[in-house]
Write a protein that binds this ligand. Structure first.
Ligand code: SF4
Length: 440
């Protein structure tokens, strides 16, 4: 037991003026997807939040529902203090044989606590970064990343190519706020000043657009290679009939002032192609930056996922899959901690964040390892965890900083109270687990 450690939680400062009894309307930043819209109006009444505007189904799902506040150890209800102490004891025994998984739903301060804890234990830390997103990150590390902020996209792009993606389901307001509809400083007529191109690849369908192209999954790499050659122009490639539409698309790209190629960085219907697609799109965008200006827009899911990748990068140099076992951070993207879960590599796993953001295989693998779950709805999403501490969620109960999909940091706000703060629980756990520890 570390009562002095727990005092940090017991005296957690709350935002003034919040109440669960009155009905109030407040504006907050939504983490329902990577767009991180900062104009969400939320009504708070009877301890629950619900969307007022804008109309966005993902945002409604993100703000709604109930938030449990269970705290359990070995299946029995305990105090939060006792749960943290028990978790600290588990981590002290496991030390370097600990895997810390940072799931979505945490503000930056909470993510930093998880990293500091993994560092102090000489443990391994990984994230909920999907395999598809990870392959895109690795492609960018190999090739470079010709990216832009969503603000630049909004203000400058006059040709927007949706490559195997219709953003309307997973990123409902992306087109309205950033890609197609808004008036930009350099696109002063809004939608009328932009050309939209939809390229469907196999079962990865693009939305109807001003110009629509369709290729099979097996034709994708050839199509991207031909486009790159057409953009270079010398020597002009021979274009097979099945790819004839690419000649017009390449001409439009070269003639545009600012091309944005939008793709899904999270798992799509063709997940196996994520790595090759990302790499080929990067090289196409790089080729386009000779005759004109072009960027690649990688759509990411919400919950501050890429915030964690940024924090981990500026603390260790790497965005995921870091092993502190030697005392210094080591990058191991080819053998991620997640993939080693079932191989007996770890004695204890700490899941920090919303475990519903983990893929099914990871959650199933967790059932075979003693697990500490600290995060929003932990007791619901990881009922097999030995220690479960339900906490508030970033942007609903916890204020701080979260990253938009384009790595722009935004403030998020607390609109509801929750009895347990994820940030302060992780801080208390770090202090408890590392108490008296000396560097190995
Ligand atoms: S588009 Fe995404 S970030 Fe914007 S309101 Fe909808 S779910 Fe929230």
């Amino acid at each position: 037991m570390q009562p002095t450690v727990w005092s940090a939680l017991a005296h957690r400062p709350r935002e003034p003026g919040l109440t669960t009894l009155e009905s109030t309307t407040t504006t907050t930043t939504c983490l329902g997807c990577g767009c991180a819209c900062d104009d969400l109006e939320v009504v708070v009444a009877n301890g629950q939040a619900s969307m007022a505007s804008p109309a966005c189904p993902l945002a409604s799902a993100w703000t709604g529902g109930t938030w449990p506040a269970a705290v359990r150890a070995s299946g029995a209800p305990v105090t939060a203090e006792a749960a943290v102490a028990a978790a600290a004891t588990l981590l002290q025994a496991a030390r370097a044989r600990t895997l810390v998984i940072v799931a979505p739903g945490l503000v930056l301060d909470a993510q930093r606590e998880a990293i500091a804890l993994a560092d102090g234990l000489h443990a391994t830390i990984d994230s909920a970064t999907s395999t598809a997103a990870a392959e895109g990150i690795l492609a960018a590390q190999r090739r470079g990343r010709p990216g832009a902020t969503l603000g630049e996209l909004r203000n400058r792009a006059d040709l927007v190519v949706f490559w195997g993606i219709d953003p309307s389901a997973r990123y409902p307001r992306f087109n309205a706020r950033y890609a197609l509809d808004p008036v930009g400083t350099q696109v002063t007529t809004g939608r009328a000043g932009r050309t939209a191109v939809g390229v469907s690849i196999g079962v990865d369908h693009a939305a109807p657009a001003d110009l629509s192209l369709t290729f099979t999954a097996d034709q994708e790499v050839t199509a991207l290679s031909l486009l790159r050659a057409l953009v270079h122009g010398t020597p002009a490639p021979t274009v097979p009939p099945a790819f004839a539409a690419l000649t017009d698309l390449a001409a439009r790209m070269v003639a545009a002032r600012y091309v944005a190629i939008v793709h899904e960085a999270e798992p799509g219907a063709e997940p196996a192609r994520a790595g090759t697609r990302a790499e080929a799109l990067i090289t196409l965008v790089q080729a386009l930056n000779t005759p004109t200006r072009a960027v690649l827009v990688s759509l990411r899911a919400g919950g501050n996922r890429n915030g964690f990748e940024s924090v981990l990068t500026w603390q260790t140099g790497y965005p995921m899959a870091v092993d502190f076992g030697t005392g210094v951070p080591t990058y191991a993207p080819a053998a991620r901690g997640l993939s080693l879960l079932g191989a007996g590599r770890f004695d204890v796993v700490l899941v920090a964040g919303d475990a519903s953001g983990l893929d099914t295989a990871t959650r199933e693998a967790l059932s075979g390892v003693p697990t500490i779950a600290i995060g929003p709805r932990a007791s619901e999403h990881l009922p097999s965890a030995r220690i479960q501490i339900d906490t508030g969620s970033a942007g609903i109960h916890e204020a701080g900083i979260a990253y938009r999909m384009d790595d722009v940091a935004l403030p998020v706000h607390a609109v509801l109270n929750h009895p347990v703060s994820a940030t302060e629980t992780l801080r208390a756990l770090r202090l408890g687990a590392l108490a008296g520890a000396s560097p190995a």
